[in-house]
Design a protein around this ligand. Sequence first.
Ligand SMILES: Cc1cc2nc3c(=O)[nH]c(=O)nc-3n(C[C@H](O)[C@H](O)[C@H](O)COP(=O)(O)OP(=O)(O)OC[C@H]3O[C@@H](n4cnc5c(N)ncnc54)[C@H](O)[C@@H]3O)c2cc1C
Ligand code: FES
Ligand code: FES
Length: 480
Amino acid sequence: MQDKITYILDGKIETIEFNQENKPTNTVLNYLRKTPCHKGVKEGCAEGDCGACTVVLTELNQDNKLLYKAIDSCLVFLPMLQGKQLITVENLASKNGDEENLHPVQDALVKANGSQCGFCTPGIVMSMFSLYKNENNPSKERVEDSLTGNLCRCTGYKPIIEATIQSCVNNGADHFSTDEKKIAEMLLEIKNSSESIEIKTENQQYFQPLTKIEALNLKEKYVDAIVTNGATDVALRVTKRHELLTQIIDLSHVQELKKNVISEYLIKFGAGTSLEDVKQISQKELPALHDLLAVFGSKQIREIGTIGGNIGSSSPISDTLPLLMVYNAEIKLQDAKSDRIVNMNDYVITYRQTAKKPNELITKIIIPRPNPKAQIKFYKISKRKDLDISTASAAFLLLLNGNLVEEIKIAYGGMAAVTKRVIKAENFLIGKPWDRNIIEQAMEIIGAEFTPLSDARSGAEFRTIVSKNLLLKFWNETQI
Ligand SMILES: Cc1cc2nc3c(=O)[nH]c(=O)nc-3n(C[C@H](O)[C@H](O)[C@H](O)COP(=O)(O)OP(=O)(O)OC[C@H]3O[C@@H](n4cnc5c(N)ncnc54)[C@H](O)[C@@H]3O)c2cc1C
Ligand code: FES
Ligand code: FES
């Protein structure tokens, strides 16, 4: 066990120790704001919405190659830096003696007049940089996706997008490429000497196990400990609600939870797989899941947030839930001694209460490959298209035999205290022709199945109308 963390900053291996002042739940953003020469990073919202705090983390992939990921440092607890390289805006320019040369993305931003205010620009530059390292000649769509997590209140996105398109043309070549071998060796050195982490301060305990069995044993021993993986939900308890989290089990370094299996019949995601990795895998395998993740948070959120964390949150507006229900997905729940499989349709019991026992962890999400003839879609209704949470959502799976409904599954999020299938409407539709007259009758059944709430996002009446109209939209898009 180690009680400090080791990571790379400014090309050097650094160590961070924890105490009452530097808590393990301190965020990377707050730490950097107190670190000399790294104050370019800014706090705009402290909840993952503005991107002013964007930094890049590099880590080794399975082949010991470096991966560059832009993340929101306001939502990352310091111990999550263990074994990674942290790159901030101050690291981008290359230095040759006294001479400083801007990084290609910075240079392009200056030339396109895209450098607007000092608050957003450092974060925007870091998102551009991660795209520069990962993609050559990205499409406009890819550029916009990479910048979704960076808000600019002056709305001057055009020059920023142009600068990104113009700069991402060098196959990622820069001074980081020159140092890549050295950094990979340093990260490997840290990895080879790393142990599981247990940080104890006067009133906090922070565990970062390296193996699944260690994590399960910790959960058995500390049943009430807060489990976290990407912390994109959990960190808000610290940054927004100012809670002192006294016992935390951080799963972010358990590699077994990031393993995925793609077979003829099933797709299995380790619960710790990042939503961005799930998005990439599902592009070919499960297109509806890919489309859902294209409007899930921002790239920064998806790089670090996990599929297990979305299910773990079990909120009525957790976006993956309705789709996993119509996929008839199963989740594997494990404790230190045994495991069991629970169908997604039986997982959430009441508001944020689930079938998971306190000593269990979610370890796998198993999605049976849908019938290739099934038409599957997910719709998200939100005030903004990007970086917004759902007002309501719906997932549909339809299998037609000629024009008759052979199988239909419909699940809604945001309409009740739990994500819910509309069984009455499904039963009504089975065996009936897939035509407008029948759909209109089913819409009335759906309207009667919910008594939605009015809240800041919308009124109850709007939600009822939208729930009915989503079925109509699905019907419109599935005409033969
Ligand atoms: C700016 C922003 C935008 C967002 N946008 C969306 C969105 O569009 N759609 C959406 O649905 N959500 C959204 N979220 C919520 C969040 O990002 C997701 O729920 C994400 O999937 C959480 O994953 P995580 O790994 O970060 O979870 P964490 O924050 O680490 O954990 C979330 C919950 O799951 C539990 N948990 C995590 N892993 C496990 C496990 N293996 N076993 C048991 N319990 C576990 C934790 O105890 C906790 O209760 C957004 C959040 C932010 C901050
Ligand atoms: S401070 Fe706004 S996303 Fe981090
Ligand atoms: S760049 Fe900061 S508001 Fe536009």
